[in-house]
Write a protein that binds this ligand. Structure first.
Ligand SMILES: Cc1cc2nc3c(=O)[nH]c(=O)nc-3n(C[C@H](O)[C@H](O)[C@H](O)COP(=O)(O)OP(=O)(O)OC[C@H]3O[C@@H](n4cnc5c(N)ncnc54)[C@H](O)[C@@H]3O)c2cc1C
Length: 473
């Protein structure tokens, strides 16, 4: 029996999709920029079926591509346009919340759980899972772990890596590794889960996880402020951290062009204040209880900002609906940019103190290479991660010659600045296929060599998500 026949025996014929049109949503990325052919999409119901699928592919030497919500932004979740067509293993049926332990403050979930559903399950136990992204209504826990997703709460709660306690993984030969512990302390040798966090589907399939929960932030205050420059944003950050550091849970920056694109291209989004300010900040304070009024605290710190001429204008949300509306503006940036044109999204992180310098030098570099590009800036400035986006209208982009070469030059022009400031070219989106060339350019040869050793040890046949993360795999 051929591979497809054997896979059908494992999951049932109706859970194997082979039609090109039926597979389209799995073979094209969220932005519609990357496409490739797949042998099929399989939809296993549980870890045993995942293991049997993987063992079958291993026997036949067929590549495997784990897929979550397919919201990744670096082309890592879709097949390559060349090479052997992989079996896509979709986790979308594995969406069970297995258990919540409010005393241990943990939740055990299957990898296909949508991130927003994990938030809801934690909330129903008066707990909080802090990883929050614009894509949280469709990305899956397995995908967020495989990419070590960041998002808007990193400055307070850390990245996904900081919030995973245990994993269950199907290894490339089909072996199930069950590391589903909820322990905070466990010094028994190499902590293997960290190999799989951020591995982008190149070392196995994450099938379940134990996640760390936090007290639910019952009180929240959110403000939107207009500023003249990123330097003033950093001064505001220092001011707030000096007064309310432990309560600061969001500190997001965008430039005027980014706000204009959201207001223009996403229905129901309004600018919270007049858009004439060149820079805009979203600030959130939160806690799970305690003394004092958070709105008043935010008001007080904004007044200090006015007095120091750091803030030109600001509004504090007066209700839960208004707080949500401010966050919706922030969470709509990717949708707006996708509709508005072609953005060459970069994902640098630099030391927080260097972010203003990074923005100014990267702008200079990009304008020297591509005078027709506008610059969209949006970022988690509180943790030093800036999405610096050289941006073209569709017409301007289509009129350019040698677009691939130009994109690469622009990317290098931005990432070189981050590297010179002690930063990285990938803070939270990962490497996928978009950033492969940067691995050779910025990673030390010793680091790449070690990564290859790990890859060869765990996936000696090189079947898992080939051509991603590591150049020439
Ligand atoms: C509107 C929007 C906003 C976003 N905002 C942010 C943001 O603020 N911060 C951020 O970090 N990212 C952000 N992203 C990027 C994206 O949502 C994240 O990378 C997310 O973690 C991907 O999850 P997913 O389930 O969609 O994974 P996919 O896109 O399906 O896969 C991503 C990678 O993980 C691998 N993978 C997926 N599931 C598994 C699994 N179970 N086991 C092993 N490997 C697996 C895939 O092979 C692929 O390499 C955003 C994307 C969009 C569209």
């Amino acid at each position: 029996m051929n591979v497809l026949g054997q896979l059908a025996e494992i999951v049932g014929g109706e859970m194997i999709i082979t039609g090109v049109a039926e597979m389209a949503s799995a073979t094209e990325d969220w932005r519609g920029r990357y496409h490739g052919a797949a042998l099929c999409v399989t939809r296993p119901a549980d870890t045993t079926q995942v293991s049997e699928i993987v063992a079958c592919c291993h026997r036949h030497g067929v590549p495997v591509l784990p897929q979550g919500g397919n919201t990744g932004l670096v082309g890592g979740s879709v097949p390559a346009s060349t090479g052997v067509a992989p079996v896509i293993v979709s986790l979308d049926r594995m969406r069970r919340i297995r258990s919540v332990d409010p005393v241990n403050s943990t939740i055990e979930v299957e990898a296909g759980c949508v991130l927003a559903n994990v938030h809801d399950a934690a909330k129903s136990a008066n707990r909080f899972y802090p990883v929050s992204l614009g894509s949280e209504g469709s990305c899956q826990i397995g995908g967020t772990i495989a990419t070590n997703a960041g998002g808007t709460s990193v400055l307070r709660y850390g990245t996904t890596r900081d919030n995973v306690l245990g994993l269950e993984v199907v290894l490339p030969d089909g072996t199930i590794w069950s590391g589903l512990t909820g322990l905070r302390k466990n010094n028994t040798g190499y902590d293997l889960k960290h190999l799989f966090i951020g591995s982008e589907g190149t070392l196995g399939i994450i099938t379940a996880a134990v996640l760390k929960l936090h007290p639910f932030p019952a009180r929240t205050a959110v403000a939107w402020a207009g500023l003249d420059c990123p330097e003033d944003a950093l001064k505001m950050l220092t001011l707030i951290q000096g007064t309310y550091g432990a309560k600061l849970s969001g500190f997001e920056l965008m430039n005027r062009l980014q706000l204009d694109l959201v207001v223009k291209h996403v229905p129901q989004r309004r600018s919270p204040i007049e858009t004439e300010h060149d820079w805009h900040l979203l600030i959130e304070l939160s806690d799970s209880g305690g003394e004092g009024d958070l709105d008043e605290a935010l008001q007080a710190v904004l007044e200090k900002g006015f007095s120091a001429e750091l803030v030109a204008n600001a509004v504090i949300a007066a209700s839960e609906a208004q707080r949500a509306a401010l966050w919706e503006v922030r969470h709509s940036v990717s949708e707006a940019n996708k509709k508005a044109g072609v953005g060459l999204t970069t994902d640098c992180a630099v030391p927080v103190s260097a972010t203003a310098d990074f923005i100014s030098k990267a702008t200079e570099n990009v304008h020297a290479i591509a005078p027709a590009a506008s610059v969209v800036v949006v970022g988690h400035v509180g943790d030093g991660n800036i999405h610096f986006i050289p941006f073209f209208t569709f017409d301007a982009w289509n009129g350019l010659a040698e677009r691939d070469a130009l994109s690469l030059r622009i990317r290098h022009a931005v990432n070189d600045v981050a590297a010179a400031l002690g930063g990285t070219f990938s803070a939270e989106h990962g490497v996928g296929q978009v950033q492969l060339a940067e691995m050779d350019r910025y990673k030390q040869p010793a680091e790449l060599a070690l990564m290859r050793v790990v890859k060869a040890a765990i996936d000696p046949k090189g079947l898992f998500n080939p051509g991603r993360l590591l150049p020439n795999t």
